[in-house]
Design a protein around this ligand. Structure first.
Ligand code: SF4
Ligand code: SF4
Length: 474
């Protein structure tokens, strides 16, 4: 029999199918086991996370009162670790040329009618200027896999271009990168280029389904893809972001896979994933989400987010504009810590809207509001939209970041940083109404900085921002 070994460097061993099947059976058997569920909830209250088996029992639990406790605990952990802050980012699609055959993505190589585009460095400058004019400070760049059209040199040059643009008071201060699995050497080059998080979604952890959904191209290789984060960490990248595309396989399987992947990274590298993303399959050119029969309801989606929040309290959770305003509102409360706003999922499209006949988008956006509308909405819901990028810039990455988190110290940075970056936003980019709400929110939230010294410094920095200075951080 296969032995499950989270420390193994082989994909099929650390994401072990037999272990997942046994975990699913165990959770199914115990979904009404009130005693066990209560014990697991008590354990989760220590805020040290939960292993995948116990996590699955909570996900499957179908005792309504216990589910209420699970949601309440998720909300509490969210408040304790992330307060009312939500970090903002935007995706920037550099190129949709791709040699892979992913059945759920319109960029797959056989799609001959999608418009193929690759931004030139001048076009990137225009896009980044437009993104800075919206108020963004944190980007996630995206590109298909194509060694001829999008070689690593192109990605590196693009990162360099993005960091070099300083338009008015704007700057992109953190570039996260979502590109195909690559070699240790290439990860090292990305690290040297100063990337923030390296993001790669597993899509599905189920090997057989993975191979069926990726029939052609280098991405077909399950092990190479699944072991990518180990190579990234070997290449010196501290912060990695994982995710599964919900709807492709059974959500319970993906949930177990995500947690086992996190446990594996922690066991081998001493630090788990920096973020987990929870995208759902969306409609797009040549893609009908109904063709995938594992779509999940909004309720299941909310339960997944709540259980992730409880099981990996130190890991940021991300939703994109794939989700509607309504769905985002619900999961923000339960655990999401980062969202995108004002996004374009086409190649280009920020500087000038893409003409309809030139559709190059990866998916249809559900939340079409501008960044200002999203910021305004968040504040009205009682959240602080944060444009903070301080940790990465202060070298607080990987295990340094995690140990600060685990010591409860990161909160002393996040809250004032959120207020100072929000102040920059409202000074430079906000509409009059957003500005008014923001000023009041900052005044009120300054009082919630527990340490007097930090509070006084933050107040002084905020006054300095009002006088025209920028880029303060703790
Ligand atoms: S998911 Fe990524 S690798 Fe697959 S077709 Fe789309 S862009 Fe290419
Ligand atoms: S201080 Fe660090 S953890 Fe907190 S919001 Fe800023 S970058 Fe994130």
């Amino acid at each position: 029999m296969y032995k499950y070994d989270p420390k193994s460097l082989k994909a099929e061993e650390f994401i072990n199918h037999e272990e997942i099947m046994e975990t699913l059976a165990y959770a199914e058997e115990n979904k009404h086991n009130e005693k066990l569920i209560s014990e697991i909830i008590e354990k989760a209250k220590q805020r040290k996370g939960l292993p995948h088996r116990e996590a699955l029992v909570l996900l499957d639990c179908d005792i309504p009162e216990k589910n209420e406790e699970i949601y309440a605990l998720a909300e509490q952990i969210k408040k304790d670790f992330y307060g009312n802050r939500i970090v903002m980012f935007a995706p920037l699609y550099l190129s949709n040329y791709c040699v892979n055959g992913c059945l759920y993505c319109p960029y797959h190589a056989k799609n001959k009618h999608i418009c193929r585009k690759k931004l030139t460095q001048d076009e990137i400058r225009a896009e980044v200027t437009a993104l800075q004019d919206m108020g963004h400070k944190r980007l996630a760049i995206e590109a298909g896999e194509d060694p001829v059209n999008n070689p690593l040199e192109y990605i590196l040059e693009s990162i360099n271009t993005i960091y070099s643009i300083k338009h008015k008071n704007g700057a992109i201060r953190r570039v996260n990168v979502n590109i195909a699995a690559t070699t240790v050497e290439n990860y090292r080059k990305l690290k040297e280029a100063g990337i923030g998080t390296y993001i790669l979604f597993q899509e599905t952890y189920h090997k057989e389904s993975y191979e069926r959904l990726h029939p052609t191209g280098p991405k077909h290789n399950y092990a190479y893809h699944t072991e990518a984060m180990d190579r990234a960490m070997e290449g010196g990248i501290d912060d990695v972001g994982i995710g599964a595309l919900f709807g492709l396989e059974l959500y319970r399987y993906e949930f177990a896979g995500l947690l086992m992947h996190a446990e594996h990274l922690e066991a081998v590298h001493g630090v788990g994933p920096h973020t987990i993303s929870v995208p759902r399959v969306r409609r797009a050119d040549d893609i009908d989400p109904d063709a995938f029969d594992n779509g999940i309801t909004d309720d299941t989606f909310a339960k997944i987010v709540a259980c992730l929040r409880i099981c990996v309290p130190y890991t940021g959770l991300i939703v994109s504009t794939r989700e509607s305003q309504k769905s985002r509102e619900r999961v923000l409360k339960l655990g999401i810590s980062q969202i995108s706003g004002g996004s374009r999922t086409s190649v280009g499209g920020y500087a000038e809207p893409e003409p309809e006949e030139e559709n190059s988008a990866q998916f249809d956006v559900s939340d079409n509001r501008t960044l200002d509308e999203v910021v305004n909405w968040l504040m009205k819901l009682g959240y602080i939209p944060s444009f903070c990028t301080a940790c990465y810039r202060e070298g607080r990455t990987g295990d340094r970041f995690m140990s600060l988190c685990k010591a409860g110290q990161i909160q002393n940075c996040c809250h004032p940083n959120a207020l100072m970056t929000l102040k920059e936003y409202i000074e430079d980019y906000a509409s009059p109404e957003t500005k008014e709400i923001g000023e009041k929110l900052i005044e009120k939230e300054l009082l919630n900085i527990p340490k007097e010294k930090v509070r006084n410094i933050a107040r002084e920095y905020i006054e300095n921002i009002h006088s025209g200075q920028r880029d303060f951080r703790f």
